[in-house]
Design a protein around this ligand. Structure first.
Ligand code: IPD
Ligand code: CA
Ligand code: CA
Length: 281
């Protein structure tokens, strides 16, 4: 990737931060205040006008600075795993690709549960170079640049130190896909609950990844996620010294849907338990 800053004098990272902050502030003003709620892929896959408005705001800002870049945003893609895999396929080779989840944790947003985020990543020829996750409710901005570390509020982040699952706090989520992703997650849950210190499921994959990066969680796994849920968070974890693979242990790439992210020290054990339980896919 050419050295930042780029076109218009603004660096890629500055634009990503600006977009996440602006969208996040606006989302916060809409909490308890949205007007249209509809279902997408299933009754558990929700969308509001706030998801769409946030994506539009981010897209317009990015396109103003970088009109030649490609853009993959959740709300521009038909619902369901096949459509999202196809949409990614169409753009993943792009020189510069912005990958955006305008509200990660829509169910929380709808219920007023204050745990949701804006997730923005920039990939260069398929490799994530910038990742920003913003939690507007706590005003926490997580930022990573490839090779330059990851930061929250300007403080360098590092993953946690736990060496065993027994000492680990792990997060997961329950995806809308009933055919494959959810049953796999449930099987993993059954196997891991007795093995770990405890499990959390707080409803934003991007924030869960940011929390692994910040050392607040020892690890996270979930089946059936999309590029926009993971791209920014994967860079945060890696730049904080952690490990991100799929549930079979293959290294992270943009197409991964079944993720295991951890502090690295527990990674093999984590993968091993999923495999043993036939919950690795
Ligand atoms: C969802 C959240 C949730 C995860 C779901 C995702 P959305 O994203 O990340 O934590 O369990 O699988 O779909 O729909 O709120 O952007
Ligand atoms: Ca999401
Ligand atoms: Ca979303």
């Amino acid at each position: 990737m050419s050295e930042q800053p780029a076109i218009g004098g603004k660096s890629f990272t500055a634009v990503a931060i600006n977009c996440a902050a602006k969208a996040g502030e606006w989302i916060k003003t809409k909490l308890g205040n949205y007007t249209s709620l509809s279902q997408k892929y299933s009754a558990q896959d929700l969308v509001t006008e706030v998801d769409k408005g946030s994506e539009k705001m981010i897209r317009n800002l990015i396109m103003t600075h970088f009109p030649d870049h490609s853009f993959l945003g959740e709300e521009g893609v038909e619902p369901g795993p096949e459509a999202s895999a196809k949409a990614l396929q169409g753009v993943r080779g792009a020189e510069y690709l912005w990958i955006v989840d305008p509200v990660d944790g829509t169910t929380n947003f709808v219920h007023g549960f204050p745990f949701f985020s804006v997730s923005i990543a920039l990939a260069h020829k398929g490799e994530v170079m910038v990742g920003v996750v913003y939690d507007p409710m706590r005003d926490e901005l997580f930022v990573a640049e490839k090779g330059k570390g990851a930061y929250v509020h300007g403080r360098r982040m590092s993953v946690s130190q736990e060496d065993t699952l027994r000492d680990s706090l792990i997060a997961t989520g329950f995806p809308p896909d009933e055919a494959f992703a959810r049953p796999m997650n449930l099987k993993g849950l059954q196997a891991l609950v007795p093995q770990v210190r405890n499990i959390r499921s707080s409803g934003s994959a991007a924030l869960h990844m940011a929390y692994v990066a910040a050392g607040r969680l020892s690890g996270f796994w979930e089946f059936g996620l999309n590029a926009w849920d993971l791209a920014a968070g994967a860079l945060l974890v890696k730049e904080s010294g952690g490990t991100v693979t799929d549930t079979l242990g293959n290294p992270y790439d943009l197409g991964i849907r079944n993720v295991v992210a951890s502090n690295g020290r527990i990674h093999d054990q984590f993968l091993g338990e999923l495999k043993k339980a036939d919950a690795a896919g």
